[in-house]
Design a protein around this ligand. Sequence first.
Ligand SMILES: [Zn+2]
Length: 402
Amino acid sequence: MSLLLLLPLAWLALVAGALLWHRRGLMALWREPLLGHPVLIIESDDWGAGPVEPQVLALNRLVDLLTRYRDRAGRHPVMTLALVLAVPDGPAIRREGRYRRLTLEDPVFAPLRAAIERGRRAGVFALQLHGLEHYWPPALMASRDPEVQSWLEADTPPATERLPAHLQSRWTDATQLPSRPLADAAIESAVREEVALFERLFGERPRVAVPPTFVWDERVEAAWARAGVEVVVTPGLRSRCRNATGLPDCDSGPIVNGQAGPGVRYIVRDDYFEPERGHRAAQGLAALQRKWAQRRPCLLETHRSNFIGETATAEQALAALGDLIEQALRRYPDLRFMDTATLASAYRSANPVTADLATHWRAWRARVRERRGFMRCAKLAGLGWLFNPRPVPAGGPAVHPA
Ligand SMILES: [Zn+2]
């Protein structure tokens, strides 16, 4: 066979193979609904049980900032608060030699609950479930690390951010690495307990759950769904374990916006706005631009640590957030603010779908550009140009997921 015939055949085989191999992912990107307006949500994790005064100060300042802005529909920007409901009760653990918890119901947290309620009434905070604790209590109690033991027995409510990263995962037993799965019955009762406490504290069941450190499995999702949770926030995949080096692993995915899981829907959050790591308005705007090109919502992950740290750092974080909102409103006059539960409801009712074929094609190409495996094949086949223009710079690295 002549080379002239062989080359086109090899090219055709490469293209057909790449399409066949990636067909499910490509189809999922095509089927993922398209938004009719740019959407910006600030998703902030780790609030709740922990140091009281710095959080009260930060939350009140955030309410003052967020209530200054409105979108065209008159809505304020929403910061979702992923709440942790308990920390260790150090004195009780020392006294009794077993795990005891201090929950947000304790009077010591009354000023914190009041600050959360203030923002909720003003329409700038939406409450989400992060976890009863930001760890799996038996894993901490079994740890032989002396620093973990002194953290457990602290006199005042400690900050979970100080724990070793692998022990901040709630839905796997990381006493030893690689971590081991939890028992079904343990998951079921822990989920029932956290949802019931959330309801006692805030008068309603959580509609949205944010798995701590994004390590969880389908059994947790199913238990959440049975307890009334409707939405799970994901970085676009699910990590079921911590590997031998302590990093999240045992991944499954990819997961797209609006996709259905066992009784829940997923919303993807894979952009970051962490001013303490140097992110400023420019990074947030780049993420919003990229997500709008894909006709997807821009959920920016951030953490309380940005706003409750040293005064100068916290002030910079607040100023950066204000800059971002102001510039986003100026650049996208049609920008919509909402909470994540409302966004998920729109996906459920297929409200976001408003596109003609040309818009759909452009958004799909912008989505495909981020699938590295497929793009490598497309470039190898000389078809990379089909997916131009090139993406805008990334919004920042995944520095501290959930
Ligand atoms: Zn967290």
